[in-house]
Design a protein around this ligand. Structure first.
Ligand code: NDP
Length: 325
C-alpha cells in the first residue's frame, strides 16, 4: 500500500484526499517507480479545478523522480535500481510509488538530485521545446516571457541567457523582477504597475520583440500581440490568469502578419525517442551549470493543498517540490 493523493470531484484545493492504494506490478511497457519527490506545476491546478477536465476519481501530479523498483516486459532503457525522473501523462505523481508507462521516464544523471529531477522535467522540457522546437530563434533575438520568476520562467531566463537570446521578462512584484534578472533576464517589467507594452516597445527601439512566450493567458494575450514586431511569433502556452477568450484571427494581418501557436509539452514528448532527446538536452544544460535548478519551496505530500494555494495565490517563485516519505 502506498500513500496517494486523489480528487473525487473538481474544485478548490480542499478537494484533495490522501488515500492508501495498492500499487501492483508493471505490465508490458510499464515500470514501477518509488518516488523521492514529485513536482508541482500549474497544469495540476487546471486539472484539479476542472479547466482541463479529467475522468474522476483520478490521481494527480505530472512529474516525479525516484528509483525504478520493477520493470515490465519490453522496457529496455531502464532497469531495477536506476535513478529516474519524468514528466508524463496520465497524472498520478503525487504518491509514494506508482506503476506507469516507461516511455517518458528517463534515467537521471548522478549529478542531478532527486528533488531537482522532480522539479525540472516538465518545466525544463517545456523550455527546451519553446526555444528549440517551436519557431527559429537566433542569438540576439528578443523574447518577451511573462511570469518570468515562476517555475518555467526562471528556467527560461537561464536558458535564454545560455543561448545568447535577449529575454525581457515580466513579473508581479519588484522582488520577482529582481529574481528574474539574477537568473539571466536582460530586463524585467513589473506588469502590475507599469505600461509593459510601451516599455517593451522602448526596450526594443520601437520595433517589438521577435517572439512572445505567454502562459499567463487572459490578462496578457492582447498586450502580448501588441509587443510583437512584423512577422513575429506569439506562443500562447498557458492560462495562469484564465483561458484566452475566442479571438479574431483576422487581427493578425494588420498587426504585421503575425504568427500564433498553442503548443503543449505532451505533444512533443509523445514519441519516446524525442522525449529522451529533449531530456538529454535538458540534462546537459543542468549538468554544465548553464541552468541551475534551485528548490524555492517544499511541501510534504499530505500538505499538497497548501502547495496549490501558494501557487495559485502567486506566492511561489521558481521550483516547488512535494516531498515524499
Ligand atoms: P508558475 O510558477 O509560473 O506560476 C504561475 C505564475 O503566473 C504566478 O506565479 C504568477 O506570477 C503568474 N500569474 C499571472 N496572473 C496570475 C493569476 N491570475 N493567477 C495566478 N498566477 C498568475 O507556474 P508554472 O511554472 O508551473 O507554469 C507556468 C505557466 O506555463 C502556466 O500557465 C502553465 O500552465 C504553463 N505551462 C504550459 C506548458 C505547455 O506545454 N503548454 C507546460 C508547462 C507549463 P506573477 O505574480 O509574477 O505574475
Amino acid at each position: 500500500m502506498v500513500k496517494t493523493i486523489i480528487i473525487e470531484e473538481h474544485g478548490g484545493a480542499e478537494k484533495f484526499k490522501l488515500v492508501d492504494r495498492e500499487v501492483g506490478e508493471p505490465g508490458p511497457g510499464q515500470i514501477r517507480i518509488r518516488h523521492h519527490a514529485c513536482g508541482l506545476n500549474f497544469i495540476d491546478v487546471y486539472q484539479r479545478s476542472g479547466l482541463y477536465p479529467m475522468q474522476l476519481p483520478h490521481a494527480m501530479g505530472m512529474e516525479g523522480a525516484g528509483v525504478v523498483e520493477a520493470v515490465g516486459e519490453g522496457v529496455t532503457h531502464l532497469k531495477v535500481g536506476d535513478r529516474a525522473a519524468y514528466a508524463s501523462m496520465p497524472p498520478g505523481a503525487y504518491c509514494e510509488a506508482r506503476v506507469m508507462p516507461a516511455a517518458q521516464v528517463c534515467p537521471l544523471p548522478d549529478a542531478i538530485s532527486f528533488e531537482q529531477g522532480a522539479a525540472m522535467m516538465l518545466k525544463g522540457m517545456t523550455v527546451e521545446y519553446l526555444f528549440h522546437r517551436t519557431t527559429p530563434i537566433a542569438k540576439g533575438d528578443f523574447v518577451l516571457f511573462h511570469a518570468a520568476a515562476g517555475g518555467v520562467g526562471l528556467l527560461a531566463c537561464q536558458w535564454a541567457k545560455s543561448e545568447g537570446i535577449r529575454l525581457i521578462g515580466t513579473a508581479g512584484t519588484d522582488e520577482k523582477c529582481q529574481l528574474a534578472l539574477e537568473h539571466g533576464a536582460e530586463f524585467c517589467i513589473n506588469y502590475r504597475n507599469a505600461d509593459w507594452v510601451s516599455t517593451v516597445r522602448e526596450l526594443t527601439g520601437g520595433k517589438g520583440v521577435h517572439v512572445v512566450m505567454d502562459a499567463v493567458g487572459k490578462d496578457t494575450f492582447d498586450g502580448s500581440l501588441d509587443c510583437l514586431r512584423p512577422l513575429g511569433m506569439m506562443i500562447s502556452f498557458g492560462n495562469a490568469s484564465g483561458p484566452v477568450p475566442p479571438f479574431n484571427i483576422g487581427a493578425l494581418g494588420p498587426k504585421g502578419s503575425l504568427k500564433i501557436t498553442r503548443p503543449t509539452l505532451f505533444t512533443h514528448i509523445a514519441d519516446h525517442a524525442t522525449c529522451q532527446a529533449m531530456a538529454a538536452h535538458l540534462f546537459e544544460k543542468v549538468v554544465s551549470g548553464a541552468v541551475e535548478i534551485t528548490i524555492e519551496q517544499r511541501f510534504p505530500l499530505a500538505q499538497v493543498a497548501d502547495a496549490h494555494r501558494a501557487l495559485e495565490g502567486r506566492q511561489t517563485t521558481g521550483q516547488t517540490v512535494i516531498t515524499v516519505g
